[in-house]
Design a protein around this ligand. Structure first.
Ligand SMILES: [Zn+2]
Length: 312
């Protein structure tokens, strides 16, 4: 089972290391882009089968190029977690992302929820994506993001697989309970596991007695932007980097394919027309860098081992 070995209260080190480097709080946030098609969604029991993905119109190239253009306008570099299925079909896109100075990570191959897979299937899917990305870039992808943040308390073995395969970090966990997702009790800030793998959890903020997820995907679209803005400032004021994530398909307000269930359709499409303006506002107001760079600041400030058990 993965175990935490660094001080989760690393915020004070971030303040020391990054103080004065960025507006207001001296904290650089991690911007991450999950590169997949609009039809690669994965909700429990509500997926469009990957065997039929090739039948549908592809939009990932123009959507990702538009994402790159927006980031370039603001001089921002990010981490792109690329689905192996997409990379295999669009190797030019992977090289374009790399050539523009961004970091390459893996989003697995077939976008299957991790908690529905066996360890053997998970390893095979991840290895396939690694081989494709490494063949295109000549380098091992540095980080991993599970489809839909689907490493939960039932499949923490996946973190050991990610570590064994040579990744430097993982960013696949919500540190709270959200239906099928999340690992309650997991530290809410970047931390090192016993395996040496670093975990950069999805960002949450304490609101009264509860922790609230924010910063990416559906949450970025669902909440009024003022909430995302406030929560990002709140995390930075505590000395913690926030992690923002989005998908290139979220820049498209009218995707041709939507999930079947009404709830999933709402989650998948709510306020798609607002993604672009919210990304622009975030880029203009906050400082961002690839996740590996942000984690590098933390690794330079490693604290006293605590032996905290991350596994539930
Ligand atoms: Zn995804």
């Amino acid at each position: 089972m993965p175990r935490l070995v660094t001080d989760p209260g690393v915020g004070r080190f971030a303040r020391l290391l990054l103080g004065g480097a960025t507006g207001g709080y001296g904290v650089v946030n991690a911007l991450t882009i999950d590169v997949e098609e609009y039809f690669c969604y994965a909700y429990p029991g509500d997926e469009f089968p990957c065997q039929r993905w090739g039948e549908l119109e592809s939009r990932v190239v123009p959507q990702t190029l538009e994402t790159l253009r927006i980031l370039e306008t603001h001089g921002i570099r990010a981490t792109f977690f690329i689905l192996g299925w997409v990379a295999q079909r669009e190797p030019y896109l992977v090289r374009e992302i790399l050539d523009r100075g961004h970091e390459i990570g893996s989003h697995g191959y077939n976008h299957r929820l991790v908690f529905t897979q066996s360890p053997q299937d998970f390893r095979s899917d991840l290895q396939r994506s690694v081989d494709i990305l490494a063949d295109i870039t000549g380098e091992m992808p540095v980080g991993y993001r599970a489809p839909s943040f689907s490493i939960n308390g039932t499949c923490l073995w996946a973190l050991d697989v990610v570590a064994e395969m040579g990744f430097s970090y993982d960013s696949s966990i919500y540190p709270l309970n959200i239906r099928h997702y999340g690992v309650p009790g997991m530290p809410a800030v970047p931390h090192e596991l016993e395996s040496g793998l670093w975990e950069f959890p999805a960002t949450t903020v304490q609101v009264g007695p509860a922790r609230m997820p924010f910063g990416g995907g559906g949450y970025l679209r669902l909440y009024p932007f003022l909430v995302t803005r406030w929560a990002t400032h709140r995390a930075n004021a505590d000395g913690h980097p926030a992690m923002v994530y989005l998908h290139p398909w979220e820049l498209d307000p009218d995707p041709p394919m939507r999930p079947r269930s009404r709830l999933h359709r709402f989650q998948h499409t709510v306020n798609l027309s607002k993604t672009r303006s919210r990304l622009l506002h975030l880029c203009a107001e906050f400082d961002f860098a690839p996740m590996g760079q942000v984690l590098g600041q933390f690794q330079a400030a490693r604290a006293v081992p605590l032996g905290f058990a991350a596994a539930m």
